[in-house]
Write a protein of this length. Sequence first.
Length: 158
Amino acid sequence: MAKIRKDSERETPELSTSSLPDIIFMFLFFFMAVTTMKEITFKVRVSAPSASEVQKLDNKSLTRYVYVGKPMDQYAKLFGSETRIQLGDAFADLGELESFVVNERSAMNEDDQNLMTVSIKADKDTKMGIVNDIKQSLRRAYALKIVYTANKTVVAAQ
């Protein structure tokens, strides 16, 4: 005859942790694949102006950025408090903008070179004369697709 045991005498089996490293590495690879690193260090203060009509860019990988604003506090001692242009991670003069655009365009895939867009991220207190000088320099470099970065204005319903 079969012997009947009570459940209280039975021990619970230990939890198997053999697949735990696989799960951890799967999460690690997932986060490594979807996370993007900060591309540049901001050296100028950019507070984007407000706009009522805003559109998102279709392909941000084809966009190159020109930052315009007053230097951050840690750079103000060295570069002054006047409005400066930042290209990539460095301050630049207006004359360097054309070579920057040419270098960025040549680094792109040949099929995408004509699709390159230059985004001007200018501080809302930046004088329009500097922005016009940047636009003229971009025209000389044949960078004719120019967009301005702005924040969408929230309009209250009436």
